[in-house]
Design a protein around this ligand. Structure first.
Ligand code: GLY
Length: 292
C-alpha cells in the first residue's frame, strides 16, 4: 500500500507546447506542495484544496486568476471539493468576484448544510465568512483577454480545468477541482466541475477521480462517479480511467481527460482529447507529463 499519494492535472485543452510547459510547471508546483503537506501528516482534504488553490493562482491555468472568458468577455468560475470519508461536499458555480473559488467551495462544505451555491448568493455567503470580493477585472490575464479578442473574429472552444485527488496516511481520500469553464461559453453556463460525480468524486473506501474536458459530456455520464464505480468493481485505476473515457466517448461523442487514485495509492489517467497535463507523486514515484 502506497500512502500518501497525490495526483493533479492542469487541463485537457489542446494548447501550444510552450503554454503546455508553463501549465505543467504549475501542476508540478501544486503536487510538490501538496506532497509536502501529506508527508508531514496533513489531511488529503488540505492537500487537494492547497494544490488547487496554487493552480488557481497560476495565471496560465484556466481556474481562478487566468480563467477563460465567456462569450460576453468576463470570467465565471466553478469549483468543487469532496471529502471521501464523510462524503461531504461543497461547490460554487458561476462566481465572478472570488479570487480562489476552491476556498469558497470548502466553506460551503464546512459551514453550511448545502452543497452548491451559485452566483450572487455564493458571493454574499463569501462576504459573510470574511472573504474579500475582488474586482472581476483582476481575474483576467492578458493572455486570456487577447485570446477572447481574437476568437470574436474566428471561433474557438477550449476545455481546461484544474484538479487533484489525494490519499493521506490515515487512508482518507479527497478530491478538489476548479475551472473558469469552457472558453466562450454562454453567460450562466455551468459545466461538470461543481457537480458531484461529474467533475469529481471521492470515496475513501474505494478511490477518487476528477475530470477535465467538455463538461457537457462528463455530466451526461457522471464520468467521475462512473470511474469510482469501476474501481469498486475491481478494476485498477488505469483500466477504470480508460473504460470511463471510452464509455463517455461512445455515449456522448465528447472529449475529456481524467485522473484517478485508488485507496491503495495506485494512480490512473486517460483522455480522448489530444493533450492532458498531469503530475503525480507516490512513495515510489514522481511523474509529470504533457500526455499527447
Ligand atoms: N470541464 C470544465 C467545463 O466544462 O466547464
Amino acid at each position: 500500500m502506497m500512502k500518501p499519494a497525490i495526483i493533479a492535472h492542469g487541463g485537457a485543452g489542446d494548447v501550444p507546447l510552450d503554454l503546455a510547459k508553463k501549465r505543467l510547471d504549475g501542476v508540478i508546483e501544486a503536487v510538490s506542495y501538496a506532497w509536502d503537506l501529506l508527508i508531514s501528516g496533513d489531511s488529503a482534504l488540505n492537500a487537494v484544496v492547497e494544490a488547487v488553490r496554487i493552480m488557481e493562482d497560476n495565471p496560465w491555468l484556466n481556474a481562478g486568476r487566468g480563467s477563460s472568458l465567456n462569450a460576453d468577455g468576463y470570467v465565471e468560475m466553478d469549483a468543487l471539493v469532496m471529502d471521501g470519508t464523510t462524503l461531504k461536499a461543497g461547490a460554487v458555480a458561476a462566481v465572478r468576484r472570488i479570487r480562489n473559488p476552491i476556498l469558497l467551495a470548502r466553506l460551503v462544505m464546512e459551514r453550511t448544510n448545502h452543497i452548491l451555491l451559485v452566483g450572487e448568493g455564493a458571493e454574499k455567503f463569501a462576504q459573510s465568512q470574511g472573504m474579500k470580493l475582488v474586482d472581476p477585472e483582476e481575474l483576467i490575464v492578458p493572455y486570456q483577454r487577447e485570446k477572447w479578442e481574437k476568437a470574436k473574429m474566428t471561433s474557438g472552444a477550449s476545455i481546461d480545468t484544474v484538479g487533484a485527488v489525494a490519499l493521506d496516511f490515515e487512508g482518507n481520500i479527497a478530491v478538489a477541482v476548479s475551472t473558469g469553464g469552457l472558453f466562450m461559453k454562454l453567460p450562466g453556463r455551468v459545466g461538470d466541475t461543481p457537480i458531484i460525480g461529474a467533475g469529481g468524486y471521492a470515496d475513501s473506501n474505494i478511490g477518487g477521480a476528477c475530470a477535465t474536458g467538455l463538461g457537457e459530456a462528463a455530466m451526461r455520464v457522471l464520468l467521475s462517479k462512473k470511474i469510482v464505480d469501476l474501481l469498486e468493481m475491481g478494476y485498477d485505476p488505469q483500466t477504470a480511467a480508460r473504460m470511463g473515457i471510452e464509455y463517455m466517448e461512445k455515449r456522448t461523442n465528447g472529449s475529456c481527460g481524467v485522473i484517478v487514485l485508488d485507496k491503495f495509492g495506485r494512480v490512473g489517467f486517460y483522455k480522448n482529447t489530444r493533450m492532458l497535463l498531469y503530475a503525480y507523486k507516490t512513495k515510489d514515484k514522481f511523474d509529470a507529463q504533457i500526455y499527447i
